[in-house]
Design a protein around this ligand. Structure first.
Ligand code: UD1
Length: 435
């Protein structure tokens, strides 16, 4: 298929309702965890994303029958043939590392290579390997492959040196089937971890404290399949709120989880947006110029999420005043700044700090998504900017957003998806029904 781009005619206020998609960062570990459970697990509200199709393909290659129909994915788990994740799939997304825990838990073995994903600086897997080693796995490396093997899995006390999301999730899936009790301290507290624990508990696991700093896992001998609904995507929700704030207008998000978004909502309030919350709805209205808060620090949950940093930076670029942004989670997460500057933004980056001087108005430009959330940031800027923008590198955006252009259009923006080499309107890529 020819490569595509988005053509934005920006500068229109955004008005309307958006139903928030299911959380990518919950759906991917849940799909991997379904491998552990005997029988057919049914997952609802799974977002239709290229990362989802990669996870489904890995499951099918491992011998679990995985089928997608709309936003529901069924996985036949518990009887996995292989234990090797192909290098091509490992490279496609960072979340392929989420298969490490379930494969060790079920097969006591896993062969993998280094995962790919967005380039946000070095993303080692040392903590993942240390954690599974503590639970009884032996790890060797040969021919560029990492071999993990466990004669027996035994619960252990594990203290993480940093509250890594992925490591916490892998510990949950290995320890769920290990002998005895595992106590994990300095665990990540992201809401997606509690979502994974709720699914595993519905499958017969005994996990308590997930979503808090200490998680206790009582190993059980087997897990059964369950039906489960993926939680709402707080980063996608924040993306649409930032777009509404930057372009001005009135939005209502339905199916959101505002309780998981406090640090995000307080940044929007500090910027001068009017917000209202009622059950699973978030209302935002804004007109005039946004105020830049003086400082913004990304942190593990419940701090401000690193994944929302790029969308917020784009929003603040359209404001007034100066904000000092500090990225503490990843080393290199400002690749979207170059595109924003092409659109007239005034942002200076030095290491993990970005100083955003609001310029009040951006102009259209021809820009390329550098990564998933950086691409979303450029989309927000393009919707707010005066004139026409072209946004390339859509494969990054398709990894994390269901119908990115369609949501903008439903809010009154003018965005067309079109092939790069020919003029005229394009169409969305076909969605695989079964992977
Ligand atoms: C998850 C999210 C990602 C988000 C990130 C931080 C998913 C699928 N992805 O990624 O969107 O940006 O949390 O909220 O849920 N680290 C190590 N060694 C390791 C593991 C991690 O040094 O073995 C470092 C990382 O390089 C990074 C930090 O720990 O600097 C946090 O990473 P982590 O919380 O593990 O993020 P992911 O689980 O990869």
């Amino acid at each position: 298929m020819a490569e595509e781009m988005l053509r934005f005619r920006g500068g229109r206020p955004l008005r309307g309702e958006v139903t928030v998609q299911g959380a990518k960062n919950s759906a991917l570990p849940l799909l991997a965890a379904a491998l552990l459970c005997s029988g057919e697990s049914i997952l609802h509200n799974v977002p239709r994303l290229t990362d989802t199709w990669t996870a489904c393909r890995i499951l099918n290659r491992l011998g679990c029958r995985c089928r997608a129909a709309g936003n529901t994915v069924t996985v036949q788990g518990g009887d996995v043939g292989g234990c090797e994740i192909p290098d091509a799939d490992m490279r496609k997304m960072r979340s392929s590392i989420m298969f490490l825990g379930p494969l060790i838990g079920l097969k006591h073995a896993c062969i993998l290579t280094m995962p790919g994903g967005c380039e946000l600086g070095p993303r080692p897997i040392d903590m993942h390997l240390d954690a599974v080693r503590r639970l009884g796995a032996q790890i060797t490396e040969s021919g560029g492959k990492i071999h993990c093997q466990a004669a027996r899995l035994r619960g252990a006390k594990i203290a993480l040196s940093y509250p890594s999301v992925g490591v916490t999730e892998n510990v949950l899936t290995v320890a769920a089937l290990a002998e005895g009790e595992t106590v994990l301290t300095n665990a990540a507290r992201e809401p997606e971890i509690a979502d994974l624990a709720r699914f595993l508990n519905a499958c017969g696991a005994r996990i308590s404290g997930a979503g808090e700093g200490t998680v206790v896992i009582e190993g059980v001998s087997q897990l059964h399949a369950a039906e489960y609904t993926v939680m709402p995507d707080r980063i996608a929700a924040m993306t649409w709120l930032c777009a509404g704030a930057a372009a001005g207008g009135e939005l209502c998000l339905r199916g959101a989880a505002p309780g998981d978004m406090e640090s995000c909502l307080s940044v929007l309030e500090a910027a001068g947006c009017r917000l209202g919350v009622c059950g699973d709805r978030i209302y935002l209205s804004h007109s005039g110029v946004l105020r830049c808060p003086r400082r913004l620090l990304t942190m593990p949950y419940p701090g401000f999420p690193t994944d929302a940093q790029a969308p917020v930076t784009a929003m603040l670029a359209t404001g007034s005043g100066t904000c000092v942004v500090e990225e503490t989670v990843f080393e290199s997460r400002y690749k979207h700044v170059g595109g924003l500057m092409q659109m007239g933004a005034d942002i200076r980056v030095s290491g993990r700090i970005a100083v955003v001087n609001g310029v009040r108005a951006l102009h259209g430009a021809d820009v390329t998504a550098p990564d998933l959330r950086g691409g979303a940031a450029l989309g927000i800027a393009a919707a707010a900017a005066e004139g026409e923008s072209l946004l390339r590198g859509l494969h990054h955006i398709d990894r994390g957003y269901e119908d990115f252009a369609g949501v903008f259009n439903s809010l009154g923006a003018e965005v067309r998806r079109c092939p790069i080499l020919s003029a005229g309107g394009g169409k969305m890529p076909a969605e695989p029904q079964s992977c």
